[in-house]
Design a protein around this ligand. Structure first.
Ligand code: MD3
Ligand code: FE
Length: 210
C-alpha cells in the first residue's frame, strides 16, 4: 500500500521465523561490541529509544566506524544476509522493476522502544545517499506518523506499524518528516521472541567508503 509517493507499507511481510531470527541477531548486536544505548543529543538530553548500529555507527549527525560516544570500539560488520534481505524488501515494496540488485545497504540502525519510548518528528539527512530506507518492525504495535517534506507539523497521516511489517521510503518520500508518537505496550506476540517492547530495524546506504 503506497502511503505517499515512494512510501510503501507491506503489512505482515516477515514470517514469524524470520522475526525470531532477527530478534536473535539484534540481541547479539545489543550486547556487543558496542552495546545498545540511549543516544545522547548534541544539545543535551537523551533519546527515549535505545539504539545499536551495524556497519556504521550513527550519532547525531554523522556516521563513523568507531563508536566514540559509547566505548570507542568498532561496530559489528554489516552482514551479507542483511544486504540480501534489504534487496528482497525493495522488490516486495516496489516490484521486480526496481533495481534491487543495485541496492546495497551498508548500515542498520536497530531501535528498541519500551512502552514509554517515542521518537519525535524528524528527517533522516545524515546519509550522503538518497537511496531508499528499508524499515522492519517486530514486537509491539506502534503509531507511526508520516508527515510531509516541508514541516515537522501537519499535514501528517498516522498509521499503525505491527510486527512483521515492512516499510520502504524512497523517491520523494526519502526526506519526509516522520516519527513514532506512541507504542501500544503489551501487544507483542511472544512467538516473535520479544516478550515486551518494539524493535525497528532500518537499513540505509550511507554513501560513505572506508
Ligand atoms: C522515512 N525510526 O531510525 S521507521 C529512524 O520506528 C526512524 O524506529 C522509526 O525514524 C522507528 O530514523 C521509524 C520508518 C522510517 C525510517 C527511516 C526513514 C521512515 C523513514 C527515513 C526516511 C524517511
Ligand atoms: Fe527516521
Amino acid at each position: 500500500m503506497e502511503v505517499a509517493p515512494g512510501a510503501v507499507h507491506v503489512p505482515d511481510w516477515l514470517t514469524l521465523e524470520q522475526q525470531r531470527e532477527l530478534v536473535t541477531a539484534c540481541r547479539d548486536w545489543a550486547t556487543g561490541p558496542v552495546p545498545i544505548r540511549h543516544t545522547e543529543l548534541p544539545r543535551g538530553g537523551v533519546m527515549s529509544v535505545q539504539t545499536v548500529c551495524v556497519g556504521w555507527h550513527w550519532q547525531p549527525y554523522q556516521y563513523t566506524r568507531i563508536a566514540g560516544d559509547v566505548n570507542g570500539l568498532r561496530v559489528a560488520a554489516f552482514p551479507d544476509w542483511m544486504v540480501d534481505l534489504g534487496r528482497r524488501a525493495l522488490t516486495a515494496a516496489y516490484g521486480e522493476a526496481a533495481a534491487a540488485a543495485d541496492y546495497t545497504p551498508d548500515t542498520a540502525l536497530i531501535n528498541f522502544y519500551d512502552g514509554q519510548a517515542k521518537m519525535g518528528m524528524h528527517q533522516d539527512k545524515d546519509e550522503r545517499s538518497s537511496a531508499p530506507v528499508v524499515s522492519l518492525s517486530i514486537g509491539d504495535t506502534c503509531v507511526f506518523r508520516v508527515g510531509n517534506t516541508e514541516t515537522r507539523t501537519k499535514p501528517y497521516t498516522d498509521i499503525e506499524l505491527a510486527s512483521g511489517d515492512l516499510f520502504v521510503f524512497g523517491g520523494p518520500s526519502r526526506y519526509i518528516f516522520h516519527g513514532v508518537p506512541k507504542v501500544h505496550e503489551g501487544t507483542a506476540d511472544p512467538a516473535t521472541g520479544l516478550t515486551s517492547g518494539r524493535l525497528n530495524i532500518t537499513m540505509r546506504v550511507t554513501g560513505l567508503t572506508g
